[in-house]
Write a protein that binds this ligand. Structure first.
Ligand code: F6P
Length: 323
């Protein structure tokens, strides 16, 4: 099986970008190791702090953030980072070519139940001619990403990565500490009978999403004439991994549960990188009304509605929104 760096070299990926990805993977291997130590390392449970999103920080959120932040900022390759766990951007090397957005540990409510979590990342270049480091340079649409991916910490640790030419899947071989290529091209089936949504929010959704999901639930006896199955891992990284592996539709739609917070997922370090992966695997990633990767961001912690996955099923869902 081929190792990560030679595969990227064969793919003619820019050498500095390879170096950056390899550096990032060093932190992810460390996170994987610590997660597998779990309770033994005394790192489960919460801190007393909240992040800028108002969410309680888990000890492992903080540890993972620190590991990734330190290694990226010390690499000399990164101008600045934006993290779910940092209020503002953090400056790195003044000559760094890259901007990295990341969610250090997605699905962190799963940590304490020993279930799936992951690191999601999105890499862009600093726009031509921009000096220093500021939030403005991050506010580029998802189409500007040069690489995106996630590392899923499950029974095995896997990396799904795109540099704009398909999606490759690697599995961490703990005996040698290397990611090895285990799927050369992840492809999302066009059709599916599986969907993922937090059904407990149903009454808060827009009428279009209510109508779409109730038609799925009606199954064979409804307008779709087929039965659907439902899955919900409560970590986007796990749900998107399933979609990339065997197809499906994943959504975290607009809802009016909490005033002033109609969307849950973050654009820059959740929706955009997952959108890039999904599109590169032949699927669609939308808000219900527009392509996620074309949104012009207004701030680094911006949230969006997300509907992504198998082409024909996402299109069916979009049909309800466009009526
Ligand atoms: O980052 C937000 C997140 O943890 C996602 O990974 C996941 O899809 C979602 O929240 C789970 O939300 P809920 O708590 O509604 O199940």
């Amino acid at each position: 099986m081929q190792r990560f760096v030679p595969v990227l070299r064969n793919d003619n990926v820019d050498l500095e970008l390879i170096s950056l990805l390899n550096t990032l993977m060093a932190a992810c291997k460390e996170i994987s190791f610590r997660l597998h130590q779990g309770e033994l390392a005394g790192i489960l449970g919460s801190t007393l702090d909240e992040n800028i999103q108002g969410e309680t920080q888990k000890k492992l959120d903080v540890i993972s953030n620190q590991l990734i932040k330190d290694i990226l900022l010390e690499s000399g390759l990164v101008r600045a980072i934006a993290s779910e766990e940092e209020d503002t951007i953090v400056a790195g090397s003044p000559s760094g070519r890259y901007l990295v957005c990341f969610d250090p540990l997605d699905g962190s409510s799963n940590i304490d139940i020993n279930s799936l979590v992951g690191t999601i990342f999105s890499i862009m270049e600093v726009p031509q001619g921009m000096e220093g480091a500021n939030e403005q340079m991050f506010l580029q649409p998802g189409t500007a990403q040069v690489a995106a991916g996630y590392v899923l910490y499950g029974p095995s640790t896997q990396l799904a990565l795109t540099t704009g030419d398909g999606v490759r899947l690697y599995t961490l071989d703990n005996t040698i500490g290397e990611f090895l290529l285990t799927n050369e091209r992840m492809t999302i089936s066009e059709d599916t009978q599986e969907f993922a949504v937090n059904m407990s929010n149903q009454r808060f959704w827009e009428p279009a999403m209510q109508a779409y999901i109730s038609d799925l639930l009606a199954g064979e006896t409804g307008p779709r004439n087929k039965d659907f199955n439902m899955r919900w891992i409560a970590a986007m990284v796990g749900d998107v991994h399933r979609v990339l592996t065997r197809g499906g539709l994943f959504t975290y739609p607009t809802d009016n549960k909490t005033p002033n917070k109609p969307y849950k997922l973050r654009l820059m370090y959740e929706a955009n990188p997952m959108g890039f992966l999904v599109e590169q695997a032949g699927g669609i990633a939308s808000t219900g009304y527009e392509r996620i990767m074309e949104i012009e961001p207004s701030e680094i912690h911006q949230r969006v509605a997300v509907v992504l996955g198998s082409k024909n099923e996402v299109n069916a869902c979009l049909g309800y929104h466009n009526k």
